[in-house]
Design a protein around this ligand. Structure first.
Ligand code: ATP
Ligand code: MG
Length: 413
């Protein structure tokens, strides 16, 4: 099968030109280049996918350096691993030197040796991701498909390449559910047997690797599908026994999409996933997934605020009271609570803080107060806070009103 027409059709001008340049450069320098992975899968399925993955039989880093210079891309290389990433304004291109992998023990990072394109395809997760398209002169556009990936695409099957696959790398269990749910495919029966048998192998994975796969799920259009599936397979509980992926999660994820910026959605989904957890379970999860400090703080804030929400469960509450209850919490934790809470009053008070109150500042500065004759010191701080409170509660509106209030307070303290 030759896919030259699909390459031309699915790739926009800039990546297309780049692929052609790489093809030419590789041929001239006696190397061989291949498009691989998700790009090939999606091209055959008829979807656009601009995260291009290339495998080079030769030296991917050198070739990438050459290409980056000529096309003004941002370049990151890892010469030890033979990989390079080129970033352009609206697409990225990963280049990897063809390699084979062996696993010293389950879940470990693989040992890597230089190899051919076939070795490189054999180290991959599923047959549908283990196809390549040649970019070489003698067979440009030719599909290389040693594991019948195209047949599996037609049958809508997720299939591993060998029986030891999930044992070698149990992240593939998580990945299988992600593709199953995204593409609406079936996990091929034998693969599914092995998947279920190997669920305990999740214990062999590092926190970083599990977290990375969860992040990939959180970047899906509808992550709740894969989360529900992981729940059903008993996988979520292997990560943390209190995690649940149920109808509640699905509803809240849907709501999150309608209110959140795309860049914050993955963290927001995670907040909602931990929402039903107790503090200790949350700490265990943070440890297990090695969650970075900042994000861990957001998760802790989410649960801490959850335990305080009753204070906000009244329709008439002073704006300053809302402000001082919430100002120390991370905004994302507040957002998560606004989505999770079932109380309309709590919801609207949290939203009021997020959209308005957190931005309210008094007009007068400390310096201006000193100019009004208020001495620097604790009193100044008190007056500043009183002005802020009055502003929050709409008791003062203009700078002149603030000034009047400041002078009045000065005469009291
Ligand atoms: P997506 O559309 O989700 O980005 P993708 O196929 O590009 O799909 P990535 O997670 O970006 O998926 O990985 C790129 C390629 O690397 C995959 O197509 C697969 O061939 C290979 N790969 C990634 N993770 C693994 C793994 N754990 N084991 C084997 N191969 C993997
Ligand atoms: Mg990808």
């Amino acid at each position: 099968m030759n896919l030259t027409i699909q390459i031309e059709h699915y790739l926009p001008q800039q990546p297309l030109q780049l692929i052609k340049t790489i093809s030419k450069q590789a041929n001239q320098s006696g190397q061989r280049a291949y498009l691989v992975g998700g790009t090939v899968r999606d091209m055959i399925l008829g979807y656009a996918n601009f995260d291009l993955d290339l495998v080079i039989e030769g030296n991917a880093v050198k070739l990438a350096q050459h290409i980056a210079k000529a096309s003004q891309a941002k370049l990151i290389t890892h010469p030890r691993f033979g990989t390079a990433k080129l970033s352009y304004s609206d697409f990225t291109l990963d280049m990897t030197t063809a390699r084979g992998e062996t696993y010293a023990r389950p879940g470990a990072l693989p040992e890597v040796t230089p190899g051919t394109i076939n070795d490189d395809l054999f180290r991959r997760d599923f047959s549908i991701n283990a196809m390549a398209i040649s970019l070489n002169k003698n067979n440009y556009g030719e599909l290389i498909d040693p594991y019948q990936g195209k047949r599996d695409l037609e049958h809508r099957f997720i299939r591993i390449l060998h029986p030891g696959s999930f044992r070698d790398d149990a992240t593939r269990i998580i990945r299988a559910t992600r593709y199953e749910q995204r593409l609406g495919f079936k996990i091929e029966p034998q693969t599914f047997q092995l998947l279920k048998q190997n669920i305990p192998m999740i214990e062999t994975l590092s926190g970083d690797r599990i977290r990375h796969e969860l992040e990939l799920i959180f970047r899906e259009e509808y992550p709740e599908f894969a989360i529900n599936r992981l729940n059903q397979l008993g996988m979520l509980q292997r990560i943390n026994s209190s995690l649940k992926g149920d109808g509640w999660i699905a509803g809240k994820f849907d709501k999150a999409r309608s209110v959140s910026k795309l860049s914050q959605l993955p963290s927001l989904y995670l907040c909602l996933l931990v929402y039903p957890l107790q503090g200790e379970d949350n700490e265990r999860l943070i440890q297990r997934l090695n969650i970075p400090t900042k994000l861990a703080q957001v998760l802790r804030d989410t649960l801490r605020l959850k335990s305080q929400l009753h204070l906000l469960d009244k329709p008439s509450i002073k704006h300053s009271e809302i402000y001082y209850l919430l100002y120390e919490y991370k905004p994302l934790a507040i957002q998560a609570n606004a989505i999770a809470s079932e109380s309309p009053a709590v919801h609207s008070n949290l939203e009021l803080f997020l959209t308005k109150l957190r931005y309210v500042r008094a007009t007068l500065t400390g310096k201006e107060l000193i100019n009004l004759g208020i001495p620097a010191g604790p009193q100044l701080g008190e007056i500043l806070q009183a002005l802020h409170t009055a502003k929050l509660n709409n008791e003062v509106k203009t700078g002149a009103e603030e000034k009047r209030l400041a002078l009045l307070l000065k005469s009291y303290v």
